[in-house]
Design a protein around this ligand. Structure first.
Ligand code: BMA
Length: 340
């Protein structure tokens, strides 16, 4: 079995055994979606959101699109990871001096813990344009916004759960200010989470497999295993009926995560069910978080469906790694250090 490194036991995490008739690597929760339309007074739709174990249960930073169609981050808590109590008001950020610093818009959060601090990454408004926002909290009550990692335009910022070779490491996806028709995954390093550099390409879209032919972006926080960093990522193809968002997996080198070891040719999950194929934006499966139980390797993947719902899929780290290795289709420039 692939061994998880630095993983914790989460024995009470959401889980359902694989249905006996399921031939896929991952399978959907039978009670999906776990969050439906109009979940709070202000929120029309909650999706593309991040969760993490906290205290006896779970904490989450949720993407909430309000009924005026503006995008915000909300805090939520849950005893079981399935039933969530989400604040109706958005998170009010302060800067490092304690002054109000809430972004005009914020979406697609990710969440990780390094030492005793929880870090939030999201797509933030910077001069009304999208880029990677960073923030931290120790108690999910005071949320301190740090310097934005990058200039516009950028999305899908994902911080590794520990320093690598002495630096913080952040994946991102440079973009434009619209519905970006391109996008590759890059990686950057920082000694202090303020100054980012040593940028490298990790992997590109368009490696021939249709589902990831137009753009790709990192999903949940990479999972550390003895086979490499397991990174789930979304891939997009363009169709006569618009974009379709699926997701797959890659294994990145532990010490040089700009190097791709393996990358799925076929997707792991693509929009099939009514809550994925119909909604505010049809045909979107967009993963932003996982819970992983280290002793068993069970994984619960939280993904946004159709920019409307929050859903969960299950699998095991072992099976996902095996599938990724057996069905690997790296692009020609994936394997190197990405300096060109
Ligand atoms: C992307 C992001 C995601 C969204 C997706 C589909 O550009 O904005 O938040 O899920 O489009 O609309």
């Amino acid at each position: 079995m692939a061994k998880l490194i630095n993983g914790a036991a989460i024995p009470n995490m959401p889980w359902e055994d694989k249905p006996s008739n399921c031939k896929e690597v991952i399978w959907r929760y039978s009670k999906n979606p776990i969050i439906g339309w109009n979940p709070t007074r202000q929120s029309a739709r909650i999706f593309n959101s991040a969760v993490i174990p906290y205290g006896d249960g779970y904490a989450g930073v949720f993407r909430s699109d309000h009924k005026d169609i503006t995008m915000h981050l909300h805090f939520g808590k849950s005893a079981d990871g399935v039933n969530w109590d989400i604040d109706d008001e958005e998170i009010k950020w302060v800067d490092e001096d304690g002054k109000p610093f809430t972004p005009k818009f914020a979406y697609d959060p990710r969440l990780t813990k390094i030492d005793d601090t929880y870090y939030v990454m999201w797509c933030t408004s910077f001069s009304n344009q999208p880029t990677i926002g960073l923030g931290m909290t120790k108690d999910f009550k005071t949320f301190v916004r740090l310097e934005n990692a990058f200039l516009p335009f950028n999305r899908n910022g994902v911080l590794f759960p520990r320093k690598i070779n002495g630096n913080y490491v952040l994946l991102s996806r440079p973009s434009d200010n619209g519905h970006t028709p391109f996008g590759d995954i890059f990686i950057s390093e920082s000694p202090d989470m303020k100054y980012w550099g040593k940028h490298r390409l990790v992997m590109s879209a368009g490696n021939g497999a249709g589902w990831q032919s137009m753009k790709i972006g990192a999903g949940p926080i990479p999972i550390e295993t003895d086979e490499g960093w397991l990174m789930l990522y979304h891939g997009v193809c363009n169709t006569c009926n618009g974009y379709v968002y699926s997701f797959g997996a890659a294994l990145l080198d532990i010490n040089e995560p700009s190097k791709v070891l393996y990358r799925t040719g076929p997707y792991l999950l693509t929009p099939e069910t009514p809550y994925e194929t119909a909604g505010f934006v049809p045909n979107v499966c967009f993963p932003c978080a996982t819970l992983v139980d280290a002793p068993t390797g069970r994984i619960a993947i939280y993904y946004g469906a159709a920019d409307t719902y929050t859903a969960i899929a299950f699998g095991t780290v072992d099976d996902i790694i095996k599938f990724t290795k057996e069905n690997s289709a790296p692009a020609s420039n994936d394997a190197g250090l990405g300096r060109e």
